[in-house]
Ligand binder design. Structure first.
Ligand code: TXE
Length: 499
């Protein structure tokens, strides 16, 4: 990174990261390391250790000690808030470094990484307020001789497993809320995008977080991730990733009945009514499928258009999709970067090949973009999709939009809900009555009207159906990491049972 001229260049050699335990770095030592190559450039950018089972045990013990001796959980909300506010300021100070490694490991455009880092700082600021406003309840209606209190207590040690699509932002949607509640954390980032989680650990220590309150173990999901979810000294796991791994978590959690927060996949409908502003809707639909190269749990990947405007809308989409700037994510003009992993590229290509075989019509895109290095896929639209096609039901997690048409509000709702998922939905119409009626019937944890993939930390996020359990962010996002205690305080003289 050439910071002096502000022109981003590739690193000449990969940066070595250790992992983060008990408030400090542990070097890789003789552990195996992953070398992560930029998915856009093919050059190695980071080296990350594969933690061992002993490393995980040490991290859980560190988090447990920090929780039990109350060095964090015993602080006031105001003291916790002060740490989170300092962390927000330090994120801003180090924003270029964080955005740079986010783009190099993930492949997302640098402009987007910068936006996400700024967004993350603002989430820490919001959560600082949440630390101060977290409270329970009182019952003063139990008669003169009784006062009832409902207190909220932090649940304990939280295992946090995060994916590769928004490594720093998804972390920010969870960490400050977990810390605001008084819990301590062992985080396991995706093996391909660990750098910015490790940088966040250092930032939190610099911000004054006590040692042991935030530890990071690195390594593969099947080994270190699985060991974390099975660990009997972990009280809760917050997991964001595939529905398949979410299911494994349900089994692993039975050991000590740990609580689970799950944010899983989605096949999110974009419902476009004929009375919508079609130019605006087309712009939103294109953004909703191209943002982060379609690798978002809330990507609007299932387009449902009212039949009377379907042809017109398709033409608008084809024009706009062909104008999207796909390429080098270090170029500030780029809108769509690289596909993050070869496995993800393979999944997308399978759908690009399978779509026409199933009978869908390729309206635009559909190919790999030939470059010297990296994996890039053209923004793609398939039309004439029918519900039984894989294009209509499977989460592709790429810039691939499938279009179906409907004839009535009822049919639109039925099609929107015809999925095992229920993460998000968007509705485009100028008719407020229709928007509200549709919103009320759509099964999704988040609904956008005349917009998509937007919001702030004030509002809760999470899924219906097989898209997950629990909610992150907002007041719900702190409460999620607490348990409730009912306290009855008897006043005055006791009427004896044994007289
Ligand atoms: O996810 P995994 P993958 C979806 C998307 C994508 C598919 C596969 O459809 O194509 O999942 O992606 C850790 N025990 N989403 O394979 O495997 C892993 O190390 C414990 C949707 O990358 O679920 C990583 O940290 N942990 C999604 C995290 O789980 C395990 C975001 C996610 O990886 C584990 C990402 C195990 N046995 C993918 N196996 C969203 N909701 O945004 C893996 N992990």
């Amino acid at each position: 990174m050439n910071q002096a001229s502000n022109i981003l260049t590739l690193p000449t050699e990969p940066r070595d990261f250790g992992f983060y335990l008990d408030g400090g770095w542990i070097a890789s030592g003789d552990r195996e390391v992953f070398e992560r190559a930029s998915p856009a450039h093919g050059v190695p950018v980071t080296r990350i250790p594969k933690c061992t089972g002993d490393d995980l045990n040490a991290a859980v013990s560190s988090a447990r000690a920090a929780f039990e001796d109350r060095r964090w959980s015993g602080l006031s909300g105001a003291e916790r808030a002060a740490v989170l506010l300092r962390a927000a300021a330090l994120i801003r100070e180090r924003s270029e470094e964080i955005a740079y490694y986010e783009t190099l490991e993930n492949g997302k455009p640098i402009s987007q990484s910068r936006g996400e880092v700024e967004g993350a700082a603002s989430i820490y600021e919001y959560a600082a307020g949440a630390a101060r406003s977290l409270h329970g309840d009182t019952f003063n209606n139990l008669g003169d001789k009784m006062l009832g209190l409902v207190t909220r207590e932090p649940i304990g040690v939280v295992g946090l497993i995060t994916p590769w699509n928004f490594p720093f932002f998804i972390l920010a949607e969870r960490v400050p809320f977990i810390l605001a509640s008084g819990c301590t954390i062992v985080a396991k980032p995706s093996e391909v995008t660990s750098a910015t989680t490790l940088l966040m650990a250092e930032i939190l220590t610099d911000a004054g977080l006590p040692a042991g309150a935030f530890n990071v173990v690195t390594g593969s999901g099947s080994e270190i991730g699985q060991a974390l979810i099975e660990h009997n000294d972990v009280d809760m796991v917050s997991f964001t990733g595939s529905t398949a791994v979410g299911r494994r978590l349900l089994q692993a959690a039975t050991g000590n009945f740990k609580r689970l927060g799950l944010e899983l996949g989605g096949k999110n409908p974009q419902i476009v009514f004929a009375d919508a502003n079609l130019e605006d809707a087309a712009d939103g639909v294109v953004f909703g499928i191209c943002f982060n190269a379609g690798q978002c749990c809330v990507s609007g990947s299932r387009l449902l258009v009212e039949r009377s405007v379907a042809a017109e809308f398709e033409a608008l989409l084809v024009k706009k999709l062909s104008q999207v700037r796909t390429g080098d994510p270090l170029d500030p003009q780029t809108q769509v970067g690289a596909i993050t992993t070869p496995a993800q590229a393979k999944t997308i290509l399978r759908h690009l090949r399978g779509g026409p075989e199933e009978g869908a019509r390729l309206a635009c895109g559909g190919s790999v973009i030939e470059t010297d290095a990296g994996q890039f896929i053209e923004p793609t639209l398939f039309s004439d999709v029918t519900p039984e096609m894989a294009l209509a039901s499977e989460e592709i997690f790429g810039p691939v939009l499938s279009m179906q048409s409907f004839g009535s509000v009822g049919e639109a709702v039925e099609m929107a809900n015809d999925t095992e998922y229920g993460l998000a939905a968007s509705i485009w119409t100028k008719d407020l009555d229709k928007a509200v009626a549709t919103m009320r019937q759509v099964q999704a944890g988040r609904v956008w009207v005349n917009t998509t993939i937007t919001g702030g930390p004030e509002m809760p996020i999470g899924g219906f159906k097989q898209s997950g359990w629990g909610r992150e962010t907002g007041a719900y996002g702190v409460e999620e990491y607490t348990q409730v205690k009912s306290v009855h305080i008897e006043l005055g003289e006791r009427v004896h049972w044994v007289s």
